[in-house]
Design a protein around this ligand. Structure first.
Ligand code: FAD
Ligand code: FES
Length: 269
């Protein structure tokens, strides 16, 4: 089953597409939600995979930028990208207007592993813009009959994004560092981790957060996958700039990841 899953990912065809912007929603001063479509049906994409997006009209941005697949709306033939504005590339992407074309390569990387048993209790933990891949993962799990629990953390209430979308799919718990909403503190301090039992955790966010989640999962014998966001250049396994040290040696996060079971990683946790 696992072998079949990996086989499917490796041989998934990659596409270079000019997508058209259908909407650009400013969620908060620092984040935009880009919705894009294509004249043809969008290709198959798995939760956890990402796209390499070309940034036109930014003289300082030579390389494409890796952005997670936030959601695939099959009814409207749309793909969504949730983008945090951190530098020139993401700031230029945020200027896209309805009708503009954006060139993307997708779907890239591997994907989260689906649960093995229908009885499994699933916890999806996202921190900051690391909540992005959790929406599509949650929706795909829901389609398979699971009701996922989301634990979403951010600095403050304004940085907690798409809560209404998450609430349509599963149970949502939140933390903020300033206590403006949800429980005050980090996701790993949330009471649900002490009061409930989970069989599997999926997580994406800042590395210290994911290490802390991994530590909790390891200590409690819970299966756990993390989505790494190592800095990337080519995005297809050619330049070796995104490598992560694993029990199989150095692996490219763009090609062999971005999703890794924590048992593979040589993190000191
Ligand atoms: C697999 C993958 C999926 C990603 N998914 C998303 C997503 O869904 N939404 C989103 O907003 N961002 C995502 N990122 C991060 C995103 O790619 C970077 O923020 C973006 O490339 C920055 O480009 P820039 O030109 O705006 O900033 P730059 O000018 O390149 O950098 C600005 C600042 O951001 C830092 N930075 C750059 N890349 C990263 C990174 N990968 N992680 C942490 N800090 C970084 C730089 O060190 C610098 O301080 C993802 C990254 C990876 C590898
Ligand atoms: S980004 Fe080039 S090998 Fe991963």
């Amino acid at each position: 089953m696992q072998v079949e899953h990996e086989f499917t990912q490796i041989f998934m065809k990659k596409f270079i597409l000019d997508l058209t912007v259908t909407d650009n929603i400013r969620l908060h001063s620092n984040y935009v939600l880009l919705k894009l479509t294509h004249a043809d049906t969008l290709p198959d994409m798995l939760p956890g995979q990402f796209a390499e997006i070309r940034v036109d009209d930014s003289p300082s941005t030579f390389l494409r930028r890796p952005i997670s697949i936030n959601y695939v709306d099959r009814n409207n033939n749309e793909i969504w990208f949730l983008i945090q504005l951190v530098g020139d590339g993401t700031r230029h992407l945020a200027l896209a207007k309805q009708g503009d074309n954006i060139n993307v390569v997708l779907p890239l990387g591997n994907s989260f592993t689906m649960p093995k048993e229908q009885s499994e209790k699933l916890l999806l933990i996202g921190g900051g813009v690391g909540t992005a891949p959790m929406l599509y993962l949650g929706e795909q799990l829901r389609k398979k009959g699971y009701i996922p629990t989301f634990l979403l953390g951010a600095r403050s209430a304004n940085d907690l994004l798409q809560l209404e979308e998450f609430a349509k799919i599963g149970d949502v718990y939140t933390t903020t560092e300033d206590g403006s909403t949800g429980e005050k503190g980090y996701v790993t301090q949330h009471s649900i981790l002490h009061n409930s039992h989970f069989d599997r955790i999926y997580t994406c966010g800042p590395k210290p957060m994911m290490m802390s989640v991994a530590k909790y999962a390891k200590a409690n014998g819970i299966e756990c996958e993390v989505s790494l966001e190592n800095t990337m250049a080519c995005g297809i396994g050619a330049c070796l700039c995104c490598v992560e040290n694993t029990d199989e040696g150095h692996l490219c996060v763009c090609k062999d990841g971005p999703i890794f079971n924590i048992k593979k990683l040589l993190w000191q946790i």
